[in-house]
Write a protein that binds this ligand. Structure first.
Ligand code: FES
Ligand code: FES
Length: 166
């Protein structure tokens, strides 16, 4: 056993864990943050994507110890009370989910896409970027539309914030 400490969704957490504990197991089994899903055992599906120090990672392919002292964001950290994050709203409005199993990973992958590539995301770019994210339900069309809309909504929100703080 060894001790690990990190900030998850803005809260500092420390636990004694087996050194072999994966980040996804740490989040689900130790912190009970079960919005991060496990959809494969080959690191292919992307259902387990979270952000570590601002970048998307597949939490099934990272040891919890490797995230020691890091800032981790999971799907549970996006909404503010009852107010969904703009990317969550976009998935809701554009019907970007059916069973919802892949959705947490899709949304965190989408936010990483916006961070790296900006707010004007075309279909080809989004589909290319979703290579490591599998959905068994939707056929991707609505997911692609949701991500493009969410990216635009985030841009509008950023612009509005700039205007109101001037
Ligand atoms: Fe991590 Fe599938 S559970 S990629
Ligand atoms: Fe069911 Fe994507 S919505 S797996």
């Amino acid at each position: 056993m060894t001790s690990v400490s990190m900030t998850v969704n803005g809260k500092t957490v420390s636990r004694d864990i087996d050194e072999r504990t994966l980040l996804v197991q740490f989040l689900r089994e130790h912190l009970h943050l079960t919005g991060t899903h496990i959809g494969c055992d080959t690191s292919q599906c992307g259902a387990c994507v979270v952000h570590v120090d601002g970048e998307a990672v597949k939490s099934c392919s990272m040891l919890a110890l490797s995230a020691d002292s890091a800032e981790v964001l999971t799907i549970e950290g996006l909404a503010k009370g009852d107010a969904l994050h703009p990317m969550q709203m976009a998935f809701q409005e554009h019907h970007g989910l059916q069973c919802g199993f892949c959705t947490p990973g899709m949304i965190l992958t989408a936010l990483d896409m916006v961070r790296r590539l900006g707010h004007q995301l075309d279909e080809e770019t989004i589909r290319h970027e979703l290579e490591g994210s599998l959905c068994r339900c939707t056929g991707y069309l609505n997911i692609v539309e949701a991500i493009a809309a969410g990216a635009r909504a985030l841009n509008a929100r950023t612009s509005a914030a700039l205007v109101t703080t001037d």
